[in-house]
Design a protein around this ligand. Structure first.
Ligand code: SF4
Length: 101
């Protein structure tokens, strides 16, 4: 049986190698910490973890464990990436020669 939530997420080929393909999808949408930790353990051994995480971030998956991260962790990662992107842009802007010079 395939992983139901992945079929709804993306048709990317990486899904074939998902470690959760044979796992109960409910495990990945639990709210108690113990079950969330179990889901993360499955993700930790998953060969497509990075692709899964990036897909979830790109598609703004708000619920569940994806790519080894729970909702709050993904939100923090998104905020961190945005902050880093702003900082890179600011540094690049500072390096540009001034038009007034
Ligand atoms: S990283 Fe986790 S949620 Fe993503 S495909 Fe692998 S086991 Fe499933």
């Amino acid at each position: 049986m395939s992983h139901v939530r992945l079929s709804a997420l993306d048709t990317a080929p990486w899904r074939r190698d998902a470690a959760c393909a044979e796992t109960d999808p409910e495990l990945f949408f639990a709210v108690d910490e113990e079950t969330v930790a179990q889901a993360k353990q499955v993700c930790a051994a998953c060969p497509v973890r990075a692709a899964c995480l990036e897909t979830a971030l790109r598609q703004h998956e708000m619920h569940g464990v994806w790519g080894g991260m729970a909702e709050g962790e993904r939100r923090r990662l998104i905020r961190q990436r945005r902050r880093e992107q702003r900082e890179r842009r600011a540094r690049a802007k500072q390096r540009q020669p001034s038009d007034a010079a």
